[in-house]
Design a protein around this ligand. Structure first.
Ligand code: PAF
Length: 281
C-alpha cells in the first residue's frame, strides 16, 4: 500500500492509472477508522481497479475548536487496517499541503445547509464541500463512497457534484451498526464506558419512532422522541427532525406517501452523536 503525502504525487498516480484505463474508487475519511469506514473501502475494492482512501482531519469543517483538537488522530493504526484489507493508496496530506492559502469560497446549497446540522453548525457544510471538491480534483476518482450515517452530508455532496458538473458517481452506503444498534462513528471512542452502554438508546428511540410514524402524526412522533430523550439522564437532544429524503425540508401536517428520513443529534457529555433512519407508512 502506497502512502502519498503530496497533491502532485497523488494526481500523477491517478492520471497514470486513468491513462491505462483503470477505474479509481475513492473513500474520503478523517481517519480514526472503524468497521463502517472499512466497509466503504471493501465496497470500493469490489467495484474498482484501484482504491484510494484519504485521511485528513479537515480543520475548516469544525465549528468548535475543542472538537477539532480532540478529534482522534490514529494514522499508525488506520494504515495497518487499510493495508490488511487491501487498500491500494492512502492519501495523507497535512494542512499546509491542502490549504496553502486561506479559503474564501462560499457555496450555496439552499435548504440542504439551512436545516439540522446546518442550523447548529453554521459553515460546517461549506468546509466539507471545499475539502471534498479539492480531494476529488486531486484523486480524480470515478466513484466515491460515503456512509448514509451522515445523511445530510451525503445530500450536500450529491448537490456539490451537480453544481460543479463533476463526472463522479457518488455511492451511498448503508449505516454500519454495532451489535447493540449504535451507529459506528469515530466519536464513539470518546464515550465513557457508562455512556457507551447508554448510547444504543438513540437507535432504540428511532426504531420505536419508525413504528409510531405508521399510525400517528409527524408532530406526535417528534414530541414523543423529544420527551424520551429528555427523560434520559445521559443525553441532551440537539435536534430530531422528520424530513423529505431529497430536499431535507421538514415534514409537518399530512404525511407524504413516499418514505421520509428521520435525523437525530444527541449530546452525551461533550460527545455529539448523530443517527438517522428511513420511515415508511
Ligand atoms: O465524513 C467525513 O469523514 C468528512 O466529513 C469528509 C467527507 C471526509 C470530509 O472531510
Amino acid at each position: 500500500m502506497k502512502v502519498i503525502r503530496t497533491i502532485s504525487q497523488m494526481q500523477a498516480l491517478s492520471l497514470a492509472a486513468r491513462k491505462t484505463g483503470k477505474s479509481i474508487g475513492f473513500v474520503p475519511t478523517m481517519g480514526a477508522l472503524h468497521s463502517g469506514h472499512l466497509h466503504l473501502v471493501e465496497r470500493a475494492l469490489a467495484e474498482n481497479d484501484i482504491v484510494v482512501c484519504s485521511i485528513f482531519v479537515n480543520p475548516i469543517q469544525f465549528t468548535n475548536p475543542g472538537d477539532l483538537e480532540k478529534y482522534p488522530r490514529t494514522f499508525g493504526k488506520d494504515s495497518v487496517l487499510l493495508e490488511a484489507i487491501g487498500c491500494d493508496v492512502v492519501f495523507y496530506p497535512d494542512v499546509a499541503e491542502m490549504y496553502p492559502e486561506p479559503v474564501t469560497h462560499t457555496y450555496d446549497f439552499g435548504m440542504l445547509e439551512k436545516v439540522m446540522e446546518g442550523l447548529y453548525r453554521a459553515g460546517h457544510f461549506n468546509g466539507v464541500a471545499i475539502v471534498v471538491k479539492k480531494l476529488f480534483d486531486i484523486v480524480l476518482p470515478h466513484k466515491a463512497y460515503f456512509g448514509e450515517k451522515d445523511y445530510q452530508q451525503l445530500a450536500v455532496i450529491q448537490s456539490l457534484v451537480k453544481l460543479e458538473s463533476m463526472d463522479i458517481e457518488i455511492i451511498p452506503c448503508p449505516i454500519v451498526r454495532e451489535p447493540d444498534g449504535l451507529a459506528m462513528s469515530s466519536r464513539n471512542a470518546r464515550l465513557t464506558p457508562e455512556q457507551r452502554k447508554a448510547a444504543p438508546f438513540i437507535f432504540e428511540t428511532l426504531v420505536k419512532a419508525a413504528q409510531l410514524y405508521k399510525s400517528r402524526s409527524v408532530e406526535l412522533v417528534i414530541d414523543t422522541v423529544c420527551e424520551s430523550i429528555a427523560a434520559n439522564p445521559d443525553m441532551e437532544l440537539e435536534y430530531f427532525e422528520i424530513s423529505d429524503t431529497e430536499t431535507l425540508a421538514p415534514i409537518r401536517g399530512e404525511k407524504p406517501h413516499r418514505p421520509v428520513v428521520a435525523c437525530i443529534a444527541v449530546y452525551m457529555g461533550q460527545v455529539r452523536l448523530i443517527d438517522n433512519m428511513i420511515f415508511n407508512l
